[in-house]
Unconditional design. Structure first.
Length: 188
């Protein structure tokens, strides 16, 4: 009797190619998913870091208006003290009376007006639309840490407006990171 030979069937080329293609597709898809998730994690991390940095800067931005001095009927000097841990950069300095009819806002040249240079608009502006200075578009004011700086605000001569004796005037100063301080004083 002859021994029977058992032959094993070898996988064909097409089965081998199919297996390799399945493995390649799985690895490629996995790498694409990993890359996408890694990118999204980086975006989230940057956003979270920016939010934390903004909060830290907000907490470290500490300043005060320590005095207001009316040097004339058209000029006021503000004394700002920065006692925080970051350099104080005001984005808005607004002066107004109790009726909120006279507005001044800090400008790049330290000369402030509630009317354009032509003075075709009266010195009074509406409460809804006060003129506001934005330091990103001008030279800006920077108060050094642990120091006092002054800001001089002047009403334009052509407006006819003036600071009246016996009237309470408010100053609102807003910092770069969102802190806001209001100070008031009666002009003697």
């Amino acid at each position: 009797m002859r021994a029977r030979s058992t032959s094993r069937r070898r996988p064909g080329i097409s089965e081998l190619v199919g297996s390799l293609l399945a493995i390649a597709i799985t690895i490629t898809a996995g790498a694409a998913v990993f890359g996408y998730i890694n990118t999204q994690a980086g975006v989230s991390e940057r956003q979270y870091g920016g939010a934390v940095g903004g909060t830290v800067n907000y907490l470290q931005e500490q300043f005060a208006v320590v005095d207001m001095s009316f040097t004339s009927s058209t000029q006021v000097v503000l004394y700002l003290y920065d006692y925080g841990q970051v350099v104080f950069d005001p984005v808005q300095v607004l002066v107004y009376n109790t009726a909120q009819s006279t507005y001044l806002s800090y400008g790049a040249s330290n000369v402030v007006s509630t009317a354009p240079s032509s003075c075709s608009v009266p010195a009074s502006t509406s409460n809804e639309n006060p003129l506001i200075w934005n330091p990103k578009s001008s030279s800006g004011l920077s108060v050094g840490i642990q120091s006092i700086s002054t800001v001089t605000l002047t009403l334009p001569a052509c407006s006819g407006a003036s600071f009246a004796s016996g009237t309470t005037y408010f100053v609102k100063v807003t910092g770069l990171y969102g802190n806001s301080v209001v100070y008031y004083q009666v002009k003697s």
